[in-house]
Ligand binder design. Structure first.
Ligand code: PMP
Length: 467
């Protein structure tokens, strides 16, 4: 059988046998067989630059040598691979390395709970922890949040209400719910939060905790302003409400600091960690201050809390990111890529907004007013200046006049990217945000190649005769 027949056969059987709930597999009909760093090779022999990175998991890219070596070392040592939550040298080393990286103020008094291996399980554990510790019940969560797919995490994400959640506005510039964006929009969002908690008739009793993402990922790459983060810290601290930072996606250097809360200097009471901490293998933990450690033995159990290979791969990843300054590198490279994308936006009226922090980047596609869903051939006549277009009040005017999201165009851009050997994710409320989450290890040349392919894909998808 030829390469192409193998590839086609595998995809056909997947479509016939796997759940209708499958996700990435629908938009990305590839069959990965080999991978290294940024590159994936498919069963059809095609090579792709992978800016999905396991939904932001692969801080060091695919099969980084230090990760492979760490895994081999455990295998060769004869250590047991399944140990429930027993103590092992591998776990001890992982915990030491992780504690080494934690924000000061939490590191000295930290406790760690090893959870079932998914981010969503660590979110469940965190919600349960603060409810137990405070004796209160409801939670505060934000518009656009994503915390996972199990019942509690889903409630916090705006899904089926299993946990009582009061929904608060997350600040955004481009689609600011108050129509002004910037620091003023964030301040109004903070005041609404404060008011809700202090107004005895707000209908929101004192909650057990507040959960937030320092940069919303699945919600469309929305970085929280540092000032707003500090306001959330002050508001919760003044009312003895534990603050939970969900750093499942933002952690391990992704946003330009080791943990994204470091940008604002906020020290949360609880941190939820997964994805990159397992060095590409499943691992999730909750970190919290020792005074919250009121749990009874077995309060949050799970068979798979002792993934030795993930702990070894994770410890190697954490150490490599720390020792090689990859957070700083992500910050510098991300800033440069954002600048380049903003300059691209001036040529494409269909790019409504470019935003991000470090190597967590989003390009929001919109329908320009002239011809909805179709980009005019010549730039100009575009009502909303993209950011960086030289308008000193750009943020305000864009926030006042965001254009309608263009999910079909975004899907077309994703397909055109794939045709050019570039894997990107879509996110945001309407799946209209093209997301870049490349490994922190990419070179300048690779970053340039990513942007070249994305730029070509946008041009191709936006051509009026496309599709
Ligand atoms: N929190 C955040 C911020 C996430 O981005 C995700 C996954 N995208 C989760 C929680 C859930 O993690 P998992 O898919 O491993 O359950």
């Amino acid at each position: 059988m030829g390469h192409s027949a193998v590839h086609e056969g595998i995809l056909r059987r997947q479509a016939a046998r796997e759940s209708a709930a499958r996700t990435y597999a629908r938009a990305l009909p590839i069959v990965p067989v080999r991978a290294r760093g940024l590159t994936i090779e498919g069963a059809d022999g095609q090579r792709y630059l992978d800016c999905l990175s396991g939904a932001g998991t692969l801080a060091l890219g695919h099969n980084h040598p230090v990760v492979l070596e760490a895994i081999r070392k455990v295998l060769d040592s004869g250590a047991p691979l399944h140990v429930l939550d027993l103590a092992t040298p591998v776990k001890d080393a992982f915990t030491t390395e992780l504690f080494h990286t934690l924000p000061r103020g939490l590191a000295d008094r930290a406790r760690i709970q090893f959870c079932g291996p998914a981010g969503t399980d660590a979110v469940e554990a965190a919600l349960k922890l603060v409810r137990t510790a405070t004796g209160r019940d409801g939670m505060l969560a934000f518009t656009g949040a994503y915390h996972g797919m199990t019942a509690g995490a889903l409630s916090a994400s705006g899904g089926a209400p299993d946990v009582r959640v009061a929904r608060l506005p997350y600040p955004q510039d481009y689609r600011c719910p108050f129509g002004i964006g910037g620091a003023d929009g964030a301040e109004i969002a903070a005041r609404w939060t404060e008011n809700l908690l202090d107004d005895t008739k707000s209908g929101v009793p004192r909650p057990a905790g507040m959960i937030l993402e320092p940069v919303q990922g699945e919600g469309g790459v929305n970085p929280a302003p540092d000032g707003w983060m500090r306001r959330m810290r002050e508001i919760t601290a003044a009312r003895s409400i534990p603050l939970i930072a969900d750093e499942v996606q933002t952690g391990v250097g992704r946003t330009g600091t080791f943990w994204a809360v470091e940008h604002s200097g906020v020290v949360p009471d609880v941190m939820v960690l997964s994805k990159a901490i397992g060095g590409s293998l499943p691992l999730a933990v909750v970190i919290y201050r020792d005074d919250l450690d009121v749990w009874q033995p077995g309060a949050h159990a799970g068979t798979f809390r002792g993934n030795q290979l993930a702990m070894a791969a994770g410890a190697a990843t954490l150490a490599y990111v720390r020792e090689n300054g990859l957070a700083e590198r992500a910050g510098v490279l991300g800033t440069r890529m954002l600048t380049q994308l903003r300059s691209l936006a001036t040529e494409h009226p269909c790019i409504g907004d470019v935003r991000g922090r470090g190597l967590m980047i989003g390009v929001e596609l919109v329908a320009p007013a002239a011809a909805p869903g179709v980009e005019p051939t010549a730039p100009g006549g575009h009502p909303a200046a993209p950011s960086g277009a030289g308008d000193p009040n750009g943020v305000l005017s864009r926030a006042q006049r965001p254009l309608p999201p263009a999910p079909e165009l975004a899907a077309a851009v994703q397909r055109e990217c794939l045709r050019r050997g570039l894997i990107v994710e879509l996110g945001g409320r309407h799946s209209s945000v093209v997301r870049l989450l490349p490994p922190l290890t990419i070179t300048d040349e690779q970053a340039a190649a990513i942007l070249d392919r994305l730029s070509d894909a946008i041009s191709a998808a936006a051509r009026p005769h496309h599709g």
